[in-house]
Write a protein of this length. Structure first.
Length: 82
């Protein structure tokens, strides 16, 4: 049996977390480049990025330990029909 790629219209959660990390990184770069003195905002944004990175690790571990395998869509006759 050949492996089939199942296409869905759903976006994986990890990609959304990657987008959030990218947005926070851009915010951090903008904040550091426009303000001369370091502030607690840098620490907060860095902590948020770290928290999101840990969330990605948790999601990846959970998806490898508990995969959501769905049977492929059946095309044609049903098994009970002979």
């Amino acid at each position: 049996m050949s492996d089939r790629v199942v296409k869905t219209n759903h976006m994986p959660v990890r990609f959304l977390i990657y987008v959030a990390i990218t947005a926070l990184t851009r915010l951090l770069i903008s904040d550091v480049s426009h303000h001369n003195g370091p502030g607690m905002g840098v620490v907060y944004v860095s902590g948020a990025i770290l928290l999101l990175a840990l969330a990605i690790l948790v999601v990846r571990f959970a998806s490898s330990s508990f995969p959501s395998v769905q049977p492929p869509a059946r095309i044609g006759r049903d098994v009970d029909e002979s």
